[in-house]
Design a protein around this ligand. Structure first.
Ligand code: SAH
Ligand code: SF4
Ligand code: F3S
Length: 451
């Protein structure tokens, strides 16, 4: 009889990737997916610790699941309850204390040991805690076959971070920076393409610091991936401005498969704050970097992350951030109020900014960023570009896809074109999507095998 597994995922794409891999590790044990907690023989909450809210959500979710677990037990069925990800790594002991009904607590680097943990949990009862940073890499112990079938796929190539920005928990939760060997990445990419992937996004907390064995950095990896037949689109995220080398900039010029969109978090436009954040560059260095990128790839769109209200941030610092945004012009961005994270240097800094001040700064910044995003989408109207068809649209006769700039696309068109790349023209835009019409005969290109 198959058992049912429910995985809920918060946080960054690396958690999405890890969740997929956890499902794959557990499949040989007879676990198939479910969405309903009442049906689940096992629930995994894959958590994020980057800002406060995520941990609060975890504990309220655990409270609800406790009741379901209790009901199932009364009906003679068990539920293995596991907490994974970065909250588990950082607050394993607190989870054990506040939610003693949890069976497994594991960090991001031990997911390959899940089968063993499940066995231990059902044999012995009590908490199984595994938040090691093991010597062996999880990537070498995860199953080879990727069951994931989509047209777009994530592939983790680098993990952890040694940058220690003042505000950030990642170096503590994901551990030191490590890169996977190129051969392993390329083999996984080929398997994904065989399973129907046409677009692969390379993932890492500091993906452009990639230094895996066998290729010269991320640019070398991108060049090698571009040789894989059938892989039409390559993206990577998240990059640090400090690691944006000439070779990678050149790759944006030379490699058509590398999509014209780059997520390049800047966090602040004030040199004082950038220094306090330990980001290792100035606002003008960022501006010059963007100039060089746009020279290499004129249609390159930029997205970014911002933090308002870092300790010590003044009105003048905030205005410098606003000015940077006006100067660059972003196609989209995530912006956050600074939130003090336990164990980070900024959480102990004097001059914490008042909540009301943070609220006002965030509102002002978000209004500008939203206006730029609308402007970017509106500027596509009338343009022609390639769209990767990802599936049927919401309404009958519609297809859904992705623009080169990661915008959601809707169009009237024939079904069954998943995985094809089709020339389209944008006819209207909203804040988050484009409506397009097909420009060519909508035949799959010869080297494409429609999924
Ligand atoms: N490696 C990436 C960031 C990963 S975390 C980089 O170097 O830019 C994703 C985003 O969360 C960050 O870019 C930052 O904007 C935000 N963030 C991280 N820690 C935060 C904190 N303590 N408070 C508010 N936002 C934070
Ligand atoms: Fe966090 Fe900074 Fe590392 Fe990004 S570069 S993951 S913000 S420490
Ligand atoms: Fe969150 Fe961990 Fe990713 S803290 S953003 S899930 S690395």
């Amino acid at each position: 009889m198959t058992k049912r597994l429910l995985i809920r995922t918060w946080g960054c794409q690396m958690n999405v990737y890890d969740s997929e891999r956890m499902a794959e590790v557990l499949a040989p044990l007879g676990f198939g997916p479910t969405e309903a907690p009442e049906e689940a023989d096992m629930v995994i909450l894959n958590t994020c610790h980057i800002r406060e809210k995520a941990a609060e959500k975890l504990f309220s979710e655990l409270g609800r699941l406790r009741l379901v677990k209790e009901e199932r037990r009364q009906a003679g069925r068990d539920m293995v309850l596991a907490v994974a990800g970065c909250v588990a790594q950082a607050e394993g002991a607190e989870i054990a204390a506040r939610a003693p009904y949890v069976d497994i607590v594991m960090g991001p680097q031990t997911i390959h040991r899940l089968p063993e943990m499940v066995a231990r949990a059902s044999r012995a009862g009590g908490l199984v805690l595994d938040t090691d940073f093991p010597e062996e890499s999880k990537f070498d112990h995860l199953p080879e076959a990727r069951t994931q079938q989509g047209v777009t796929a994530f592939l983790t190539v680098q993990e952890g971070c040694d940058k220690f920005c003042s505000f950030c928990v990642v170096p503590y939760t994901r551990g030191a920076e490590t890169s996977r060997p190129a051969a392993a990445v390329l083999a996984e990419a080929r398997r994904l393409v065989e399973a129907g992937a046409r677009e692969i996004t390379l993932l890492g907390q500091n993906v452009n610091a990639y230094h895996g064995e066998g290729v010269g950095g991320l640019s070398g990896l991108v060049r090698a991936l571009a040789e894989i037949p059938g892989l039409a689109r390559i993206r990577y995220t998240t990059s640090h401005p400090r690691d944006m080398g000439d070779d990678l900039i050149a790759a944006h010029r030379d490699i058509p498969q590398l999509m014209p969109m780059l997520h390049l978090p800047v966090q602040s436009g004030s040199d004082r704050v950038l220094q306090a954040m330990n980001r290792g560059h100035t606002a003008d260095e960022y501006r010059r970097l963007v100039d060089r990128l746009r020279e290499a790839r004129p249609d390159l769109a930029l997205t970014s992350d911002f933090i308002v209200g870092h300790p010590g941030e003044t009105d003048a610092d905030h205005e410098a951030t606003m000015q940077l945004v006006r100067d660059i012009g972003f196609a989209g961005a995530f912006s956050f109020k600074y939130s003090a994270r336990p164990g980070t240097p900024a959480s102990r800094a004097p001059l914490q900014v008042a909540e009301a001040v943070k609220d006002a700064r965030l509102a002002e910044l978000q209004a500008l960023l939203a206006e730029q995003q609308r402007g970017f989408n509106a500027a596509r109207v009338g343009q022609e570009f390639d769209v990767l068809v990802t599936g049927p649209g919401r309404h009958p006769g519609q297809i859904a896809g992705r623009s080169p700039w990661l915008q959601a696309v809707h169009a009237e068109g024939p079904q069954g074109l998943e995985g094809s790349i089709i020339r389209m023209q944008a006819v209207s835009a909203t804040a988050n999507s484009l409506t397009c019409v097909l420009k060519d005969s909508a035949k799959p290109l010869p080297e494409q095998h429609a999924a």
